[in-house]
Design a protein around this ligand. Structure first.
Ligand code: SAH
Length: 220
């Protein structure tokens, strides 16, 4: 990909991206670091060329295999929630998809580990990260219900697909003071939840209604 493609023209231009950031601010996103990283990250390279003209709309878009790239507002909101207590150094993400949320996290944390159950999606995501020269991402195909215990504990865990309940194995991989942000519920009714670890106790709060693809077991 050449520089023009990364920079973007027309519907993917800087001005179009700036408008998205203004919209995110109006929607209540306050973390200046998160907003700046999202302004700098070319979302259009993560999606099919036929949809690139919609890359800076605040909506989720199809990425193949029945999956979607998350809506920018929700990427910003979850990242902000994960980082409310300061920048975490080690993050685990479940559901890499096309790798856009991972790319945002990787610019705000020291290192990101990410697990995706659909192999071909991860192959594409890896290509996008190397285009952006992001070298602090470790990814594997696997079942996110198990997390990545060998690499834990993590200061932050983000789920990009909705389980019916937060998997206990993931809570166990939180470091003391660590924060987990996840959509939780069934296909039609989900709530964004934030959990955190206080010693051996886990605390949780429910935040706002959301709509994500379901978290499924097994790998493809
Ligand atoms: N953050 C992504 C959104 C991806 S959609 C982005 O920015 O594009 C959610 C992803 O979670 C899908 O790719 C789906 O395959 C994946 N997923 C669902 N269940 C999973 C599981 N148990 N383990 C790992 N990934 C899972």
């Amino acid at each position: 990909m050449n520089e023009t493609n990364l920079e973007g023209i027309g519907f993917t231009s800087r001005r179009t991206r700036d408008r998205l950031i203004t919209r995110l601010e109006a929607a209540g996103i306050k973390d200046a670091g998160v907003l700046e990283v999202m302004r700098q990250t070319p979302r259009h390279i993560f999606i099919d060329e036929a949809l690139a003209h919609r890359a800076y709309e605040d909506s989720s878009l199809p990425i193949g295999h029945g999956q979607t790239i998350s809506q920018p507002y929700i990427v910003a909101r979850m990242t902000e929630l994960l980082m409310a207590q300061g920048r975490p150094s080690r993050i685990l993400e479940i559901g890499s998809g096309c790798g856009y949320q991972t790319a945002v996290l990787a610019q705000l944390a020291e290192r990101v580990w990410t697990v995706e159950r659909i192999g071909p999606l991860l192959t594409r995501a890896r290509r996008h990260w190397s285009q952006l020269k992001l070298r602090n991402i470790n990814a594997r195909v696997g079942d996110g219900f198990e997390g990545w215990a060998e690499r834990g504990p993590f200061d932050g865990i983000l789920l990009a697909a909705a389980p019916r309940q937060v998997p206990p194995a993931l809570l166990q991989q939180l470091a003391p003071g660590g924060v987990l942000v996840a959509p939780v519920g069934d296909r039609d009714e989900q709530v964004l939840e934030r959990h955190w670890r206080d010693g051996d106790r886990f605390l949780a709060e429910a935040l706002e209604p959301v709509r994500f693809v379901p978290m499924l077991g097994g790998t493809l």
